[in-house]
Design a protein around this ligand. Structure first.
Ligand SMILES: C[S@@+](CC[C@H](N)C(=O)[O-])C[C@H]1O[C@@H](n2cnc3c(N)ncnc32)[C@H](O)[C@@H]1O
Length: 302
């Protein structure tokens, strides 16, 4: 008789109820997903450009800018020209929840390589201010390149550790797309196929707690904070949101993405979370045939 060693990912069986669909999606290769840059292109023009090369472009039912290509399109002139940004579908969710408006002040606290920064800036039609913060100098280069490539003009870049970002102004919206164990990227990173190790998860959770509380304190009264990760671990998701709820006058508000998803956990390992974590959103690879993610939309109460 052989006994199988449990994988870290197996911890999630109790709450990922469609386990077989989840496992099947995790084992498939990722499709080629991208976001059209509405400042420079459109679905029709991208289709026209790629059709002669036998590449088809399909739009999602819920967002005309979220497209799927029949073949890889990264090494093309169109990509270099900034007509689109390569991005897994799941990555659209945090910015949908943030819902930035033209004219606002928005902080993207953990910004590189910049997929969400450019999504925020284009949704604001280049009007208002986006502060894209990234402490890692090498990753900041990629952020700057992407900002230039997409052609957004309302973004300024800073280089603070998120927990030290200065209280120089109050923001209407803050996104914390936190450094995380990235289990949701397991379809493209074979080292994460079985899930992440608990010590790494616990170490990241301590940083995430610092980031979420500091980000909340940078909001104006009534402002909106979105906390997101690309991991499944409750320690990095609902537990971090619960940490904030226990310390600040914060409220998780309803965000229902226009695509399949699951709701947040109310507790983990027999420990209940603060009230409101059930309003968070979990997205698994089978929901969008994409990666995995977690999103919490939080309001700073008056
Ligand atoms: C999940 S990635 C962000 C992805 C990005 N939002 C996007 O959509 O392209 C997390 C980022 O947080 C950065 N980071 C790590 N520690 C940080 C800290 N203490 N404060 C702010 N950002 C941090 C990492 O260098 C990394 O670029």
């Amino acid at each position: 008789m052989t006994l199988e060693t449990p994988r870290p990912l197996d911890r999630y069986r109790p709450f990922i109820t469609e386990w077989d669909e989840f496992a099947a999606a995790c084992a498939r290769p990722l499709p080629t997903d991208a976001r059209i840059n509405p400042l420079r292109s459109s679905l029709e023009s991208l289709r026209d450009r790629f059709a002669p090369r036998g590449i088809t472009i399909e739009s999602s039912a819920w967002d005309p800018c979220a497209v799927r290509a029949s073949h890889p399109i990264g090494r093309t002139l169109e990509h270099w020209l900034g007509l689109f940004y390569l991005q897994e579908r799941v990555q659209a969710a945090p910015v949908l929840a943030l819902d930035p408006r033209p004219g606002e002040r928005v902080l993207d606290l953990c910004a590189a390589p910049g997929g969400k920064t450019v999504d925020i800036a284009t949704r604001m039609h280049n009007v208002g201010l986006v502060v894209a913060n990234e402490p890692n100098g090498r990753r900041q280069q990629a952020l700057l390149t992407n900002i230039n490539r997409i052609g957004v003009w309302n973004v300024t870049v800073t280089q603070y550790r998120g927990q030290d970002f200065p209280h120089a102004m109050a923001f209407d919206r803050v996104l914390v797309d936190a450094p995380c164990s990235a289990e949701g990227t397991l379809r493209k990173q074979s080292t994460l196929r079985d899930g992440a190790a608990l010590p790494a998860i616990r170490r990241l959770a301590r940083i995430q707690e610092l980031l979420i509380v500091h980000a909340f304190d940078l909001l104006r009264i009534g402002g909106v904070l979105v906390y997101s990760t690309c991991t499944f671990a409750p320690e990095e998701n609902e537990a971090v949101v619960s940490h904030l709820l226990a310390r600040r006058d914060a409220r998780v508000t309803t965000f229902r993405p226009p695509f399949p998803h699951s709701t947040g956990l109310e507790g983990w390992n027999e420990t209940p979370f603060e009230s409101g974590t059930a309003l968070c959103v979990r997205i698994y690879p089978h929901h969008l045939d994409s990666g995995g993610g977690f999103v919490a939309r939080i309001e700073r109460r008056a």
